[in-house]
Design a protein around this ligand. Structure first.
Ligand code: G3D
Ligand code: MG
Length: 234
């Protein structure tokens, strides 16, 4: 069952709030904060809701830094992850170039996480998620050569007349090694924050694993295996 959530529910704070908090606590001592930067790409067919999703997620801090020539919008979301960790999420929203060209290689470069979105009322956009996944996996890997974590989002779950059922989504997600999947509604703010939180959690765990590995100078490659989010019903 899906619960309606406010966009800021789930422990996220904008940097402004965090700065205020920091200045009020610690009795004037400078807190030791670790800052991590993740690049996350949002891909999928045109009109599935990518831009709406990013706008919903970052809310007021959405910045259209660049649009046009390279066909990419950037947005930045800053999360206070814990008392000692801040995360900067750089969201790359492909804009108007949603096809498989040489462009995507540039777009994917150094991405550490991925959202592949489709529209539940558009079957073609669902079938095309596979092409997007193959495109990402063939052009983009983590430092250790493993695929980047990739969430499958079934957007527009607020609408009737679906063209894709949950069993099909579940099968695609399992067969093609997506990190997780859930239904979302960028329009109504359903599962937007939660799905991003899940992805960040996976990226953080993988990063911790890599840091640990390099500290131990070992070759252990342990893919994170977090609890997967369940599909949700609107
Ligand atoms: P894109 O960035 O993937 O191309 P957009 O998609 O975010 O531009 O959205 C395309 C259209 O879908 C927009 O409608 C937008 O309002 C709508 N949309 C996006 N997400 C949702 C959703 O969750 N539910 C519903 N019902 N509509 C959504 P318009 O009419 O403005 O073109
Ligand atoms: Mg767009």
């Amino acid at each position: 069952m899906i619960r309606r959530r406010g966009p800021e529910e789930g422990g996220y704070y904008l940097k402004k709030l965090q700065d205020e908090e920091d200045s009020q606590s610690n009795n004037g001592e400078v807190p030791e904060m670790t800052e991590r930067l993740f690049k996350v790409i949002i891909i999928g067919d045109p009109t599935v809701g990518k831009t709406s999703f990013v706008q919903r997620y970052v809310q007021d801090s959405f910045r259209r830094d660049y649009k046009g020539t390279v066909g990419v919008d950037f947005a930045l979301k800053i999360l206070k992850w814990s008392d000692s960790e801040t995360i900067k999420l750089q969201l790359w929203d492909i804009a108007g170039q949603e096809r498989f060209t040489w462009m995507t290689r540039v777009y994917y470069k150094d991405a550490q996480g991925c959202i592949i979105m489709f529209d539940l009322t558009n079957r073609n956009s669902f079938l095309n998620t596979l092409k997007w996944k193959k495109d990402v996996d063939s052009k983009c890997t983590l430092e250790d050569g493993s695929p980047i974590p990739c969430m499958l989002l079934a957007n527009k779950c607020d609408l009737p007349h679906r063209q894709v059922d949950q069993l099909e989504i579940e099968k695609l997600y399992k067969d093609h090694s997506f990190t997780g999947w859930t239904e979302t509604s960028a329009k109504e703010g359903l599962m937007v924050t939660d799905s991003m939180r899940f992805l960040v959690d996976v990226m953080m765990k993988q990063k911790d694993d890599r840091d640990e590995d390099s500290n131990q100078s070992s070759l252990r490659l342990t893919p994170a295996d977090p609890e997967k989010p369940h599909g949700c019903y609107c």
